[in-house]
Write a protein that binds this ligand. Structure first.
Ligand SMILES: Cc1cc2nc3c(=O)[nH]c(=O)nc-3n(C[C@H](O)[C@H](O)[C@H](O)COP(=O)(O)O)c2cc1C
Length: 246
């Protein structure tokens, strides 16, 4: 039962005995007037809405610190039990990028040309015009492969469970894409499945599994993208209430 309107919690968080055992710090939330909230929300949506997946990259170099900052932004993602079960593996070495391209094209050849993707899948991809050619993997200055850590390996070799790994890594991937876009860089979530070759090629440990790879760079001048429409709010949002249906 709520006691007072300005103190609605009967069960404070953290409880005093929890706070005594684990440190808590004061949250410093930012509050804005409602008009400013609306303006910020619109500005964020407009920025997000300009993001497009790019499949034609410029070879122009991109400084490593920009990629690192995007990774730090991605790593602010919430994660199950705060396990942060992700590793971002960055490659700018041209020989290694070539080897990744060759291996990715090998898998994609089977997907596109040997019917490993069924007809329905191929039909869904048709408007995008994707195929087994992945030249951009060599052209883009960076490839960042995001690995999910299926479980944690501690320095002493013991292991611990990670929780909600895919959900957590998916959110980190979204933040990574948003951070790159916000600084004016282009990327593409690329999944040349099966992607097990990436663990071998990049020498990653057994607890890591490739989740998605991102070529990163500037879009090539004159790059084109499919003319896609995004679903309107009415198709993606419902509010459910307990009101009786009238
Ligand atoms: C998990 C995931 C995997 C994807 N895999 C590929 C891929 O392997 N190759 C590709 O060209 N695009 C891939 N895409 C990009 C989508 O095709 C693209 O996001 C979609 O067409 C919408 O376009 P937009 O990103 O420009 O809004 C992938 C996207 C996601 C989220």
């Amino acid at each position: 039962m709520a006691s007072k309107p300005d103190d609605p919690y009967e069960h404070p968080y953290p409880a005093p005995d929890l706070a005594a055992r684990h440190p808590f710090v004061a949250l410093e939330p930012r509050r804005y007037p409602e008009d400013e909230m609306r303006a910020r929300a619109r500005a964020f949506h407009e920025t997000a809405d300009r993001r497009r997946s790019v499949r034609m990259f410029s070879p122009e170099p991109v400084p490593r610190d920009l990629v690192e900052t995007a990774v730090m932004a991605a790593s602010t993602a919430p994660s199950g039990a705060h396990k942060q079960p992700w590793t971002f593996v960055a490659v700018s070495d041209s020989h290694l990028k070539s080897r990744i391209r060759v291996a990715a094209e090998e898998e994609e050849r089977k997907n596109y040309l040997e019917n490993r993707m069924n007809a329905e899948w191929q039909e869904a991809l048709a408007p995008l015009g994707t195929d087994h050619h992945k030249e951009y993997l060599e052209v883009a200055p960076w490839i960042v492969v995001l690995f999910e850590q299926r479980y944690e390996v501690r320095p002493d070799g013991t292991t611990r469970t990670n929780y909600y790994v895919k959900e957590s890594v998916g959110i980190a991937a979204g933040l990574f894409v948003a951070a790159l876009h916000d600084m004016g860089l282009a990327t593409l979530p690329h999944t040349p499945s099966p992607m097990a070759f990436l663990r071998t090629l990049l020498g990653r440990p057994a607890n890591e599994r490739p989740f998605v790879m991102f070529p990163v760079g500037h879009a090539l001048d004159g790059a084109q993208v499919p003319d896609l429409r995004r679903k309107p709010l009415a198709e993606i949002f419902v509010e459910v209430t307990d009101d009786p249906v009238v």
